[in-house]
Ligand binder design. Structure first.
Ligand code: ADQ
Length: 483
């Protein structure tokens, strides 16, 4: 029986080794949830890195780990600490990530990183070949594995291979600065179907293919060596029902069942009923524009001083890639900014910014989404941004205002939000004022449209549409015969 093979850098299972032995817990991230309909009992296999380096894996636990992963339909690729350094922290996060998010000044073109990236991609490709058959369908995820499709194609000329990029694909002018640009494009073109979040990313990719490889491109088809590669956009949705149900359950919570975090939020509301809560939730990443947002908040308070003591900004930043120097610098910058602004503007009754640097359990995320009046998300570049969608899904009574950067992929589908340019402080100060004073009826009218769209185009639909397009592609006879 043919199966679906999913490949991503990390497996959707968290392994923990302690005195009590080994535990394997499924992760609850967006991708893991989204792939549920594809990754179901027995007909699929998920291949990825387990999160434990070879050095950290006790030899006597090796087969126990394999068995535990197999129970979740997963198989691991073993990576050494050195490989993780060069492949993940190196090429993936010091070359591709900054470059694809237009941070050329942070981009490092290191031959050593590139070499490790290639060899680790080969390891993933080898694992796929070993664990799959010719008639299986393969779905490769994200920027860490862009060479895998071509590497698999070499051994499996007739297998159906899809690739989805979760981050932006940059414009040709940016992409062409990379020394290994042709190899990366060739790697991706090993696929039958290449998916992006938005039409713009798709266009940028096709433009690079045409100009750097000189291949024929017609609409969204690329013609290469008697093959046709389809390129399309599939904007990723969320598990709408999960967020909505959690928010409904949260509303029904008896007072004694409230989390400590919720008690704190409720106390705050009770003590200052006129104060508006603004939330911002991201991984601590320079692409998310957190430092600029804090500066823009200070600008707003200076432009409209009547809102001092009337608004509070809650920043929740999840620690991320803290081995990469740029992330350490950013953490320091944000610590200092928050300290300075709170130091200068706080009063006995009011601290303008509450800053949390941690990952929060799902329940607390829901506490925050549901307790806030405004969500303010200002990425400087973002492939999609799922937080924007999650916030809207939790607004059961349809109130709440979303202020969203037009640089996020999600902005294309969320026109009813207040869209801003994160570099424009003047506009953001005015938009914050507009959000604070927006009548409830207007909030509800805007959110009704957003909710309907998010409910319809949820993450399951996203995954199914991609798989259907890939299956149609392999069923159709579109082999290209050059004249
Ligand atoms: P990310 O850059 O990680 O994803 P995003 O899409 O916003 O960004 O997803 C973040 C996820 O983490 C959300 O589901 C959110 O609920 C969760 N989260 C955020 N802060 C948290 C906290 N403090 N504690 C716990 N959970 C938290 C990449 C791309 C995005 C793209 C996604 C999916 O960079 O542009 O939308 O992949 O393709």
């Amino acid at each position: 029986m043919s199966k679906t093979i999913i490949i991503s850098n990390r497996l959707p299972v968290q392994l923990q080794i302690s005195d009590g032995g080994l535990t394997a817990t499924p992760s609850v991230g967006g991708l893991a949830t989204g792939m549920k309909s594809v990754h179901s009992g027995g007909e699929s296999l998920w291949i990825g890195w387990s999160g434990l380096t070879e050095e950290d894996t006790p030899a006597d636990l090796e087969s126990e780990i394999d068995k535990a992963l197999a129970k979740h339909g997963c198989a691991k690729v073993n990576l050494t600490a050195n490989e993780i350094d060069g492949f993940y922290f190196g090429f993936s996060n010091r070359t591709i990530w900054p470059l694809f998010h237009y941070f050329l000044e942070y981009t490092e073109f290191e031959l050593d990183f590139w070499n490790v990236y290639k060899s680790v991609n080969q390891k993933f490709a080898d694992a796929i070949i070993e664990q799959s058959n010719e008639d299986d369908t393969i779905w490769v995820h994200d920027y860490q594995l862009m060479l895998v499709p071509q590497m698999v194609r070499e051994k499996r000329p007739n297998t159906s291979i899809g690739f989805f990029l979760h981050i932006p694909f940059p414009s040709y002018e940016i992409f062409r600065t990379m020394p290994w640009r042709e190899e990366v494009l060739e790697g991706l073109l090993g696929s039958d179907l290449i998916g992006f979040h938005t039409y713009d990313y798709e266009r940028h990719f096709l433009s690079s293919v045409r100009r750097l490889l000189g291949l024929e491109v017609s609409f969204n088809d690329v013609y290469q060596d008697h093959r046709v590669i389809k390129v399309d956009s599939f904007p990723m949705g969320i598990d709408y029902k999960k967020f909505r149900d959690a928010a409904i359950a949260h509303g029904k919570n008896a007072p004694e069942n409230r989390s400590d975090f919720q008690i704190k939020l409720d106390d705050h509301k009770a003590s200052a009923p006129d104060t508006k809560l603004i939330i911002s939730i991201d991984r601590l990443d320079y692409s998310k524009g957190i430092a600029k947002r804090i500066n823009a908040f200070e600008y707003f308070l200076n432009k409209y001083p009547q809102y001092k003591e009337k608004v509070r900004l809650i920043i929740l930043a999840v620690p991320s890639r803290s081995n990469v120097p740029q992330y350490q610098l950013l953490k320091k910058e944000i610590d200092e900014l928050v300290g300075r602004i709170n130091g200068e503007l706080s009063t006995v009754n009011w601290t303008p910014i509450w800053y949390f640097y941690r990952s929060m359990p799902f329940e607390n995320l829901i506490d925050l989404y549901t307790s806030s009046d405004i969500a303010w998300l200002t990425p400087l570049r973002d492939g999609m941004n799922l937080v924007a969608k999650e916030y809207i899904a939790t607004r059961i009574d349809k109130t709440g205002v979303l202020i969203l950067s037009e640089m996020a992929g999600s902005a294309y589908e969320m026109n009813e939000a207040l869209l801003i340019n994160p570099n424009n402080f003047e506009q953001q100060a005015d938009t914050l004022k507009q959000a604070i004073t927006m009548p409830k009826e207007e909030q509800m009218a805007r959110n009704m449209f957003l909710q309907n769209r998010l409910e319809r185009y949820n993450v399951e639909v996203w995954a199914n549409e991609f798989m259907n397009a890939l299956n149609q592609k392999s069923e159709g006879d579109d082999t290209f015969v050059s004249q």
